[in-house]
Write a protein that binds this ligand. Structure first.
Ligand code: ZN
Length: 158
């Protein structure tokens, strides 16, 4: 869910036409509403983290890409990505939009570029980054293990 920040710029720079800006603005509003409380995949990951005893912050805006979940003391950040929006290489990510195909394809490819840039910026700043994909949430045991490995087993320090 890190695609929102530059949405406005994108529509101005990329398309310019009123129609696209209109579409984008409407979508931004919808997605902001969703984002406020966290998307379902984000909530699922947070629940796993809480069950493992980790403490974290959400939506830290002063970091590149506004990571969904941040562990400041550990300098670690997690992004929870929707497969379609962020162009995952799974079946959901390859699903194609029926309308405005080219528009969405180029938008998603820009999202992927931006995601990579954000991860790189974080890593350059000394952060460790984990990306969890929506489709991986169907494997709770695997996710727990992945999170434990990423954050370490210590529970008290944060
Ligand atoms: Zn996926």
């Amino acid at each position: 869910m890190s695609l929102l920040k530059k949405k406005k710029n994108d529509s101005v720079a990329g398309f310019g036409g009123r129609r696209w800006i209109g579409v984008d603005a409407a979508r931004s509003r919808t997605m902001s509403a969703v984002r406020h409380g966290g998307t379902r995949p984000e909530l699922e990951v947070r629940a796993v983290l809480r069950s493992l005893g980790y403490r974290f912050q959400t939506l830290v805006q002063d970091l590149p890409g506004t990571p969904d979940i941040v562990f400041k003391g550990r300098r670690a950040a997690i992004f929870v990505h929707g497969c379609y929006w962020h162009g995952h290489s799974c079946a959901h990510g390859k699903r194609q939009s029926r309308t405005n195909k080219q528009y969405w394809e180029s938008k998603i490819s820009r999202n992927r570029v931006r995601d990579r840039r954000n991860v790189r910026a974080l890593r350059n700043g000394g952060w460790r980054v984990l990306v969890i994909w929506e489709c991986q949430l169907g494997r709770p045991g695997w996710i727990r293990e992945k999170i434990r490995k990423f954050l370490g087993v210590e529970k008290k320090r944060h």
